[in-house]
Design a protein around this ligand. Structure first.
Ligand code: SF4
Ligand code: SF4
Length: 316
């Protein structure tokens, strides 16, 4: 599989990155053992890059995969920590739960955060810089859905890697259009930032247009990797074959299985916590004071699942 170097970091990754969100507790909730098998299968098929996050709850799943392979893939993780202390805790959690001595890429997890992100997360960023100096983190990144934050990151000397949301219909992009995001990504590339893309399939919601969505993502200028969430060996096979240049693939069933994020009206207490969390403005309260998710806006990130105190949101 083709590889690229992420900006000025020297870190070499495959163009296909294994997105570990959907097999974890926020979405499919596969067992650690089964998830480990699937991730390891992807690694053995040639993928050398895994993306995860503190919030995804998939560190044990990744450790299970690492135990099954004889090489160390590039691992990127992220934390929404704001202070030095909470980021330090997040780094140690990642190291311990994945059984690592170092982490290649550690992002500020800033999906919904606005242009004051570097002020708000000043302590967390300082912590990442200290750990980079110690060699425990190799590169510092930011993951964001916000065009203006991508532009800001392009000008921030401390940021090595940017993980922006982009897809051909602009689903989930904040503070701008698809074209604006394209320009912001180019801005990052001109300034030597490593880029890998998230949600090019809209979190699975654009799966019916897999080819069109991928053609769009792969036609963007510059070198970058693309993170795709995978929950089965069939999906791994499909994506690996696609990234190896095969086209007109047939016979894949699970990759076409659409998911939907659903609220149980019976359990919902209308507290609004999920509304605050959703970076895509997909949730509102309906006339019964229950959460309603607009499928045309939802990118199936699963973040609302994690915050609901009543466990009333499910990806099904
Ligand atoms: S409704 Fe939930 S799953 Fe959908 S985009 Fe919002 S937070 Fe993510
Ligand atoms: S967080 Fe849960 S209980 Fe609160 S409004 Fe959302 S779905 Fe309902």
């Amino acid at each position: 599989m083709d590889k690229i170097i992420l900006g000025n970091t020297g870190i070499e990754v495959t163009k296909l990155c294994f997105g570990a969100l959907p097999l974890g507790p926020l979405q499919k909730n596969l067992s650690i053992e089964e998830s480990g098998e699937i991730i390891a299968y992807g690694l053995k098929k040639g993928i050398n890059f895994i993306d995860t996050a503190q919030a995804y709850g998939t560190y044990p799943h990744i450790k299970a995969a690492l135990d099954k392979v004889d090489f160390m893939p590039v691992i990127a993780t992220k934390s929404g920590a704001e202070t030095y202390e909470s980021m330090e805790k997040a780094i140690h959690e990642a190291l311990e739960q994945m059984g690592l001595d170092y982490i290649h890429i550690f992002h500020l997890h800033a999906a919904r955060v606005d242009v004051d992100v570097f002020e708000k997360r000043e302590g967390a960023l300082r912590c990442l810089l200290d750990y980079k100096k110690k060699g425990i983190i190799k590169a510092i990144g930011i993951s964001t859905h916000n065009v203006k934050v991508v532009d800001l990151a392009a000008e921030n000397d401390y940021i090595d890697i940017v993980f922006p949301l982009i897809n051909k219909i602009g689903r989930g992009i904040i503070n701008g259009t698809v074209k604006d995001m394209e320009k912001a990504i180019e801005h990052c590339q001109r300034n030597g930032k490593g880029i890998y893309l998230m949600k090019v399939l809209g979190g699975g919601t654009m799966i019916d247009d897999y080819d069109g969505s991928m053609e769009y993502a792969m036609s963007l200028p510059g070198d970058y990797s693309i993170a795709i969430g995978m929950i089965s060996k069939e999906e791994v096979d499909y994506n690996v074959r696609y990234f190896n240049g095969e086209r007109n693939l047939e016979g894949i069933i699970t990759i076409k299985n659409k998911k939907i994020v659903r609220v149980s009206e019976l359990m919902c207490i209308g507290c609004g916590t999920c509304i605050e969390t959703c970076h895509s403005d997909a949730i509102s309260l309906n006339e019964n004071n229950k959460a309603f998710i607009d499928p045309s806006k939802c990118i199936q990130c699963g973040y609302c699942v994690a915050v609901c105190p009543e466990f009333s949101i499910r990806v099904v």
